[in-house]
Every structure is written in structure tokens, then in C-alpha cells.
Design a protein around this ligand. Structure first.
Ligand code: GDP
Ligand code: IMO
Ligand code: MG
Length: 422
């Protein structure tokens, strides 16, 4: 058995949570491999809308096991609030959620450092979600971090204090004002609760599951254009969001990767700073934002909106080895008579069809193709045969440019508003 990987091909918020929830009945195990509570994965079913942050999106299904892999960073306070909300909904979290001992912990001081670093950057800020993600991964690669497994050791408090002392020096460097005493008790309370959950070595657990023919789905967070290596650096997150991140973030060998499901919106959004070639600063952008309710699921920030960017999509498909595409939020474009897709960029006087090193607006301008809109409501459709001809043309147009089939078309936020193509 191989691990299928589902990940975002744009700047996050593509609808990963919805599709993981839709696909979960086919899998025994759903595993998150990177990121942390900067993610907000929305699931809608039976009139319920729920946003998950660190917990995999398979948690609502009775029989699925959900694994938080070694590549994830955990904020115990956010996690416990997340668990509490699920328990209130009747989800038996304790029996279905397993944590890698190698996952790193987000300390209260990591969050403070995130805020201090962003404040110091001024207008050059990343637009971070301020959940402490960057500083936690910095401590991981700097070999200073605390891992979940450390909470079992007798000297955990000493390890914590040693790291916090380093952080205090850094906060002093930033001249950042803070009150640690206000937040530490909740953090330690959450650590105590976390001790009552199942800890595993996810690499052993998952490879054993594969040996026993159990299907596993790896759930990505953020999107490929936010990847630390291949995203629009420095306006990225601090982990490998791409398919390779599933190998390092779970302990899965590259030759154990099976299908790679690439999720993208029928248009583009981005939240936070950084270049966005097809961004619309006009009424059309506002219309997409309003139709698609494009406001961050974690921070509530308005998402920047624009047309589909095919050079960027093709780049993400290449880096991830995408085998199937899933197009989300087609319904959001339903009231446009004409839609546009960027097929090329003008770059240094030349027309190119790939993503160059620097996609800053002064270097890159999008070249669009007009596509006739479907201009009708899609949200009540159930089968591929009901899709309007113009939407099928758009699908074929994207398939032609990318060379990858679109296997799912999403036409609304609910679990049931999902068209599976044959
Ligand atoms: P994720 O981070 O990739 O899981 O995506 P988010 O949950 O942050 O953002 C996707 C948003 O779009 C959520 O509010 C979803 O409920 C919603 N959504 C997902 N698929 C569709 C769709 O096909 N149509 C519409 N209108 N909304 C969708
Ligand atoms: P999901 O999993 C969209 C963005 C932030 C910021 C940059 C760095 O829901 O798709 P960080 O907090 O990681 O330091 O922020 O990355 N970002 C996301 N944008 N969806 C996400 O997750 C994101 N997680 C981080 O807005 O620009
Ligand atoms: Mg999201």
C-alpha cells in the first residue's frame, strides 16, 4: 500500500479540509505532515461548519485514525481548545488522535518572537498568522527545539526554562514588551492534558500500517506557493508544504508515495503579504471575495483575490508530481459572463509560460485568455452530466494547459456539493 498525498497548489485555503473529509471514507488513517495552527481547514456537513487547525480533517469519521506527524508544530493551548470543541460535538478524540513524539512544541515565547519579528519588519512584514510557526521551526532547525516526547522527561521544566531564557534575550534584542506570566499557566495546563493523549513514533506506526495494507492519506497545510523552498520567498511559511514534506514530515520513503491530489481554486487567493501576479484590485476582485466569502478562517483577514494563474499552477504540479487535480469553488465564478485565466507572463520583454525566479509586479505582468462564463447556479448539481458546457470547457482548458486530469469539481462548501468526474 502507498500513501496518497493531498495538498494545496496555490497560497493556501484551497479547500483541503473539505476534500480530505470527502475522501476519508476511503482511508484508514489521515495524517498531517507539516504546519501547525496557522492552518484553518473548514469542513461543512449536516448543517455544521467546523474549522480545524492542527487536527487532521478525518476526525469526524467514526473509524478513521488521525495522526499528527513529526513535521507538525503543536501549540498545546490551541490544540486543547480544538479538542474541547470536538469533544463537545461528541467526537471521541482520545481514541482516534495520535501524536508523533517528534513533533515540535510551540512555546508562548515563540508566539511573542513571531510578533516581535513581524513588528520589526515594518512594511516588509510577512503577514504571518502570528501563531509562532517561524520561530518554532527556527528552533527545530537550529537544534534548540522542544519536542512532544520531551514532556515525558523528568527535566522537561528545565529544558523549557533554558529555551525560554534564550528567547528572552532575543525579545530584549527586539525591545519587545511582553507579560509571560499571563500566558504560561495555560500553556502548562495544556501540556498536562496533552500527557493523557496517545504518543507514537509516526514513522513506525505508518510504515507498519502500509505493510498491513491500510490506506493512508497525508493532508497538507498551506499551499505550494507558500513552501519555504519553492514558494514566493521570503513571503512564505516555514515548512515544506510540498509533497516531499509528506516524506520528511511523516517518515515515509519517496517510493511509498502513491496518488498526489492537487487542490486549487477556480481562481486565486492569497492572505498576507507577497507578490500575486493575477491579483485584482478592482470591483471584480471584490466580487470574487464576496461571492467566495474570502476571509481567513483563522484570522478573519480579507483574502486578496485574482484570476487563475496557470504558470504558477503548472509549477506547483511539477514540484509535487500531481497525479490528479481537484478544482474548488467553481460556484464562486457563477455570476461572471466572462472569466479570465493567466496563461503566460510578460517577463523582461518576453512572453513566458513558466514561473520565473522573481514574480514581483514590476517584473511580471500576466497575459490573460478570456473564457466564456457558465453564468448559472451550480450549487444544486449532483453529476458531471449536469455541468454546463462552459464549465466543462474551462475544465478542459485547464487540463490541456496542465496535462493533468481534474477528478473532482467542488460546487459549494458542503460535503455533498462535490462532483466526482469519471
Ligand atoms: P483549506 O485551508 O484549504 O482547508 O481551506 P479553508 O477552509 O481555509 O478555505 C476554504 C473555504 O471555502 C472554506 O470556507 C470552505 O467552507 C469553502 N469552500 C470549500 N469548497 C468550496 C466550494 O466549492 N464552494 C464554495 N463556495 N466554498 C467552498
Ligand atoms: P491553510 O492550511 C493561507 C500565510 C500567512 C502568511 C504566511 C506566513 O489553511 O491553507 P505563518 O503564520 O506561517 O508564519 O504565515 O503564510 N499562511 C496561510 N495562508 N492558508 C494557510 O493555511 C496559511 N498558513 C499560513 O498568511 O502570509
Ligand atoms: Mg485555510
Amino acid at each position: 500500500m502507498k500513501v496518497d498525498v493531498l495538498l494545496g497548489l496555490q497560497w493556501g485555503d484551497e479547500g483541503k479540509g473539505k476534500i480530505v473529509d470527502v475522501l476519508t471514507p476511503k482511508y484508514d488513517i489521515i495524517a498531517r505532515f507539516q504546519g501547525g495552527p496557522n492552518a484553518g481547514h473548514t469542513l461543512e456537513f449536516n448543517g455544521i461548519k467546523h474549522v480545524l487547525r492542527t487536527i487532521p480533517s478525518g476526525i469526524f469519521h467514526e473509524t478513521s485514525i488521525n495522526v499528527i506527524g513529526n513535521g507538525v508544530v503543536i501549540d498545546p493551548v490551541v490544540l486543547m481548545a480544538e479538542i474541547e470543541a470536538l469533544v463537545k460535538m461528541g467526537v471521541d478524540v482520545k481514541s482516534k488522535l495520535l501524536f508523533s513524539k517528534k513533533a515540535h512544541l510551540i512555546l508562548p515565547t515563540h508566539r511573542l518572537l513571531d510578533a516581535a519579528s513581524e513588528a520589526a519588519k515594518g512594511s516588509g512584514k510577512i503577514g504571518s498568522t502570528l501563531k509562532g510557526i517561524g520561530p518554532t521551526y527556527m528552533d527545530k532547525t537550529g537544534r534548540n527545539g522542544l519536542r512532544l516526547g520531551d514532556i515525558n522527561s523528568a527535566d522537561f521544566k528545565e529544558k523549557y526554562t533554558a529555551l525560554v531564557e534564550k528567547h528572552k534575550q532575543l525579545l530584549g534584542f527586539y525591545n519587545y514588551q511582553y507579560n509571560l506570566a499571563e500566558v504560561e499557566p495555560d500553556w502548562f495546563k495544556a501540556i498536562d492534558e496533552l500527557r493523557t493523549y496517545q504518543q507514537i513514533e509516526s514513522e513506525h506506526y505508518l510504515n507498519e500500517a502500509l505493510k498491513n495494507n491500510k490506506p493512508v492519506l497525508a493532508e497538507g497545510a498551506q499551499g505550494s506557493l507558500l513552501d519555504i523552498d519553492f514558494g514566493s520567498y521570503p513571503f512564505v511559511t516555514s515548512s515544506n508544504t510540498i509533497c516531499a514534506g509528506a516524506c520528511t514530515g511523516l517518515g515515509i520513503a519517496p517510493n511509498r508515495i502513491g496518488n498526489v491530489y492537487g487542490i486549487f481554486k477556480a481562481y486565486c487567493t492569497r492572505v498576507g503579504s507577497g507578490p500575486f501576479p493575477t491579483e485584482l484590485h478592482d470591483a471584480t476582485g471584490d466580487q470574487i471575495r464576496n461571492n467566495g466569502r474570502e476571509f481567513g478562517s483563522v484570522t478573519g483577514r480579507p483574502r486578496r483575490c485574482g484570476w487563475l494563474d496557470l504558470p504558477a499552477l503548472k509549477y506547483a504540479i511539477m514540484i509535487n508530481g500531481v497525479t490528479e487535480l481537484m478544482m474548488m469553488k467553481a460556484d464562486v465564478l457563477s455570476d461572471f459572463k466572462t472569466i479570465k485565466a493567466c496563461t503566460h507572463y510578460m517577463h523582461e520583454g518576453k512572453k513566458i509560460d513558466y514561473l520565473p525566479y522573481d514574480i514581483n509586479p514590476e517584473l511580471v505582468s500576466p497575459v490573460y485568455e478570456d473564457i466564456k462564463g457558465w453564468n448559472c447556479d451550480l450549487t444544486q448539481l449532483h453529476n458531471e452530466s449536469e455541468l454546463p458546457a462552459e464549465l466543462l470547457d474551462y475544465i478542459h482548458f485547464i487540463e490541456k494547459h496542465t496535462g493533468v486530469p481534474i477528478s473532482i469539481v467542488s460546487i459549494g462548501p458542503d460535503r455533498t456539493q462535490t462532483i466526482v468526474r469519471s
